[in-house]
Write a protein that binds this ligand. Structure first.
Ligand code: SAM
Length: 149
């Protein structure tokens, strides 16, 4: 199976996923691929008022790509804006995803607009890249500023 993190930043979440993947692969014999998607340059400019630009600004959460890649092991890091990398990844890795369908997704992109793009993973007529049930973790659920703060 494949597990995905949308929004990697410094990589703590992706490294934790990779560690769990190694553990459960060994324990169960199920191969678990790990892939993270991130722009690599910190938050992009907001595109929508629902991105809450007064909370999350462009450039927040920078990534040290070289340092993170050195620690990733078999996990894959896809760098670039999701609007381009996700459709390209789904096309170019279609065979691999059919063999290892997505079974878990962590959504930690902070912006509404980026999260809507990430949910394209579930849109479209083809579902061969997904397991029948996909467990999702969502960070930063909508709420009032007081709840978020
Ligand atoms: C809160 S951080 C992720 C934190 C990370 N999950 C962790 O465990 O430390 C949000 C990340 O989402 C990324 N991001 C937001 N919108 C994006 C987009 N449209 N394309 C690619 N990455 C995006 C930013 O680059 C940022 O690094």
């Amino acid at each position: 199976m494949t597990v995905v993190e949308f929004g990697v930043a410094g990589g703590n979440g992706l490294l934790a996923l990779a560690e769990h993947a190694r553990y459960y692969s060994t324990a169960t014999g199920v191969a678990v691929r790990v892939v993270g998607f991130d722009g690599g340059l910190g938050m992009p400019p907001a595109k929508d008022p629902r991105d809450l630009p007064y909370l999350f600004g462009a450039g927040l959460y920078t990534m040290d790509g070289d340092r993170l890649r050195a620690r990733l092991g078999a996990a894959e890091l896809v760098v670039g804006d999701l609007t381009e990398t996700l459709p390209h990844y789904l096309r170019s890795r279609a065979d691999l995803l059919r063999e290892h369908p997505v079974g878990f997704v962590s959504l930690d992109l902070d912006y509404y607009s980026s999260t809507v793009t990430a949910l394209d993973l579930f849109r479209g007529p083809e579902h061969e890249h997904l397991l029948p049930r996909v467990t999702c973790y969502l960070d930063d659920l909508p709420g009032t500023v007081d709840q978020i703060g």
